[in-house]
Design a protein around this ligand. Structure first.
Ligand code: ADP
Ligand code: MG
Length: 383
């Protein structure tokens, strides 16, 4: 669904619900620049919010009903705040989950909401977190409560973990709520400390969708998590966040080859995130790009979550002179790559990557360009 003008938002809402909306809430998706498979090891990540997201056009209700219409699925869904259960209508569960955990803590009002997005669904750009964050902001707009953004994000994560049943870290919801325009978001996944760090002007982030979706992603993801857990136990530490090179070398025999490689990736990837922040602060995007390249190689060789298609996409990107860095982003095996390039090279990048990826794989890559966007917000329609 494309982006609506203000008049269109109001008109479409009126057609669907027969009344006038009051609020517009918006939550962006995200892409992680560096720090992959570090979040569940209590490590560091550096995502940006992207210029695509989920929109909610909302009117409060006097009763406890929540009536939803998904423009993208062409479907209604309705529930009562007094009895929130999981639905067969999957997309509604992101709203229901948020409503359930919010209602345990604060007084919620009902609402009518029209939901639509321009984020690709299931591509790893976190349309799910954007659904949750959009719902949380909408409930906050129509209800008499205020919650700080970190608490809202944690609640949204809980909705995804416990209600929808998807085990995800805190990065997605934090990025969608706490990002600032033009800035990357550093997150310490242990302390939940954040820092917004400017990305210099003149550079663009390109996201390339390999169009490959593999069944094994979630089983391999769970396998990596289990491997990290075992490595942590053997090393005798709380999380791989606490591992050092020295410790890994000392315990190399006990770990065995596979666990050693997994742990090594995590230790070095955390270090790369910290170095990436230093590079940003020093305006050294060449160095930042080199860290992205090293991250990809580590994900490919040590963590073993790349794929032929992702390696091809990264290889093509890095052969373009204006590209500073490229790597797979997300769980791996398929999904997207993230690339840092000079702004003026966007057209050439799109042409080259599409053409050469098609030649190498027969697949049509999809490409989006973005600058770091601001986190979710609510606006009042002026009447
Ligand atoms: P992603 O990588 O995009 O987060 P997920 O599988 O985690 O993929 O979440 C995708 C799910 O989120 C969809 O199946 C759908 O239920 C919901 N969703 C995403 N975008 C929309 C949208 N525009 N409208 C309604 N539901 C959406
Ligand atoms: Mg998701």
């Amino acid at each position: 669904m494309s982006v609506f003008s203000i008049e269109e938002k109001i008109n479409v809402f009126r057609e669907i619900f027969g009344r006038t909306p009051q609020y517009f809430s918006y939550a962006p998706g995200r892409v992680n620049l560096i720090g992959e498979h570090t979040d569940y090891n209590e490590g560091f990540v550096l995502p940006i919010a992207i210029e695509m997201g989920i929109s909610y056009v909302v009117a409060p209700r006097e009763d406890n009903k929540v009536r939803l219409y998904s423009a993208d699925f062409g479907e209604f869904n309705e529930f009562s705040l007094e009895d929130i259960r999981k639905s067969e209508t999957k997309w509604s569960n992101y709203v229901r989950g948020v409503a359930k955990f919010l209602s345990e803590r604060v007084l919620l009002r009902g609402m009518d909401a029209l939901i639509y997005g321009n984020l690709p669904i299931g591509a790893g750009l976190s349309s799910s977190a954007a659904m949750e964050v959009g719902a949380a902001l909408s409930f906050q707009a129509v209800s008499p409560f205020q919650m700080d953004r970190k608490s809202l994000a944690l609640l949204c994560q809980r909705a995804e973990n416990e209600f929808v049943g998807m085990r995800c870290g805190i990065m997605d919801q934090f990025a969608s709520l706490l990002s600032e325009e033009g800035m990357a978001l550093f997150i310490d996944c242990r302390t939940l400390e954040i820092r917004n760090i400017p990305l210099p002007q003149g550079y663009s982030v390109a996201i390339c969708d390999s169009k490959v979706r593999r069944e094994l992603v979630s089983s391999e993801y769970n396998k990596r998590r289990a491997e990290c857990e075992r490595a942590r136990e053997i090393l005798g530490i709380r999380a791989l966040r606490d591992a050092t090179h020295q410790l890994l070398e000392e315990k190399k025999k006990h770990l065995g080859e596979t666990l050693y490689r997994r742990a090594k990736h995590v230790v070095e990837e955390n270090q790369r995130v910290l170095s990436a922040i230093d590079a940003l602060r020093a305006n050294d995007l060449q160095e930042f790009g080199d860290l992205m390249k090293a991250s990809h190689i580590s994900l490919r060789d040590l963590y073993e979550v790349s794929s032929r298609e992702l390696d091809i996409l990264v290889g093509i990107a890095l052969s373009i002179p204006e590209v500073l860095g490229a790597r797979l982003t997300g769980a791996g095996f398929g999904g997207c790559t993230v690339n840092l390039l000079r702004e003026e090279a966007r057209e050439n990048f799109e042409r080259e990557v599409k053409k050469r990826y098609r030649e190498a794989t027969g697949l049509e890559a999809e490409i989006w360009f973005t600058r770091p966007a601001k986190g979710g917000f609510v606006e009042l329609f002026s009447s």
